[in-house]
Ligand binder design. Structure first.
Ligand code: PMP
Length: 405
């Protein structure tokens, strides 16, 4: 009898299972609205032209041996981490001017969250964390595996209005214990696509300051949401201006289309620059034990683009292409559902921003779409707008219409 006979089957990761099921489906009109990855109007993955240019440059640098495959430092490529930190905080950030912010290259957004969570658990002995209800499916697992023992939710989605439950969120934050770590989506909330207004962020900051709660921003969609890097970083910068110490995980998966290159950064903002050296030395040990040092390729691409004026301009254009296509698809879907007089309100589809729409479809409706219509979506009703294209819009709207009726 094997020692491993005790191992029980873990539940599948819904979003990856959906992709596998969709791939195996031979129906000609199948649509994959599960995975959050950008698709062209033809439904294909997109390598950003600016990324290809940067890769061509890197190939030349490899050829000339000005770069190589030696280990990066444990905390990663310093110029990348600095550029990423400046991208989210803004060049004029008081935290940068006062040299009390730094970055740690991480294994994309997921790895930045894990590095930050490990640090907060090990060094500050934090055990309580809050995430929005609902949130991205990995937040709970990352923090629990880092050692946090008390996972709590703050209210976020109001299913009656398909909108933001602001009062619920504030009440839950008001009842949180001092020192609790609060995961906040910097922009383009996943899965609801609803962000607080600037005024609401003000109130959230008031409560968090009063109750001494620790903000951990998750910034996975900067630029991808509105098409504008500064606009999408507004909330993070506002918290810095309000004087918070905080962490912010950054992902370059979506805005650079670098999903599998694991390009990410953990931005850290503290009150006093003299603290940084000790903090870096402890994060170094955390990273050393987990993966020793990060991969270079994705970080180098981002670094090249962020530092070169012309490439940066081209990248901003790419971001606009992606965000505009998604906004168009939102309009297209809403128009069609309204034209079909599909029961219910569909204004939330255009009011939500970012990659996802939280449709408000019930689990039964989602099941109908999956089984009868070959439309693959999460059972909580989240759809990735990237999977919607001009050629499947009609079929999708008609299918949703049937599911609701
Ligand atoms: N946070 C949120 C809210 C996300 O949606 C994602 C990607 N789905 C991530 C973090 C991390 O993604 P990655 O590890 O690919 O950067």
């Amino acid at each position: 009898m094997s020692e491993f006979a005790v191992v029980e089957a873990a539940p599948p990761i819904e979003v990856f299972q959906l992709s596998r099921d969709c791939q195996a489906d031979t129906h000609t009109q199948k649509i994959n609205l599960g995975v959050g990855a950008y698709r062209t109007p033809e439904g294909k993955p997109w390598i950003l032209p600016v990324v290809k240019k940067a890769e061509a440059q890197l190939a030349k640098d490899i050829d000339a041996e000005t770069i190589n495959h030696e280990y990066l430092p444990v905390l990663g490529l310093d110029s990348f981490a600095t550029a990423a930190t400046s991208m989210v905080l803004g060049k004029d950030s008081p935290a940068l001017k006062e040299e009390r912010a730094f970055g740690v290259q991480s294994l994309s957004g997921t790895g930045a969250l894990r590095n930050g969570a490990e640090f907060l658990f090990r060094q500050l002995k934090r055990t309580v964390f809050y995430f929005s209800d609902p949130t991205w499916g990995n937040h709970g697992l990352i923090f629990k595996n880092a050692g946090f023992t008390d996972a709590r939710k703050y209210r976020y989605w109001n299913k009656d209005t398909c909108g933001f439950n602001f009062e619920g969120m504030i009440e839950d934050l008001q009842n949180a214990p001092e020192g609790a770590v609060i995961i906040l989506h910097a922009c383009a909330h996943n899965p609801t696509g609803i962000d607080p207004s600037q005024e609401q962020w003000g109130k959230i900051a008031d409560v968090m300051q009063e109750k001494k709660l620790f903000p951990f921003f998750d910034c996975a969609y900067q630029g991808f949401a509105s098409g504008d890097l500064d606009q999408d970083a507004w909330a993070v910068r506002f918290f810095v201006e309000r004087g918070f110490e905080m962490f912010c995980s950054q992902s370059f998966s979506k805005n650079f289309g670098l999903y599998n290159e694991r390009a990410g950064n953990l931005t850290v903002v503290v009150k006093d620059k003299s603290l940084i050296e000790n903090m870096k030395s402890q994060i170094t040990l955390i990273v050393r034990a987990m993966y020793s040092n990060p991969p270079a390729h994705g970080g180098r691409i981002v670094d090249l683009v962020l530092k070169d004026e012309q490439l940066f301009k081209e990248w901003c254009e790419c971001i606009k292409v992606m965000s505009s296509r998604i906004i168009e698809m939102r309009q297209g879907l809403r128009e069609r559902l309204e034209k079909l007089s599909t029961p219910g309100q569909w204004n939330h589809i255009t009011e939500q921003i970012g990659m996802f729409s939280f449709t408000g479809l019930t689990p039964e409706m989602c099941q109908f779409l999956l089984k009868e219509k070959h439309v693959y979506l999460l059972k909580n009703g989240r759809i990735s707008m990237c999977g919607v294209t001009p050629s499947n819009l009609d079929y999708l709207a008609e299918s949703i219409n049937e599911a609701v009726n």
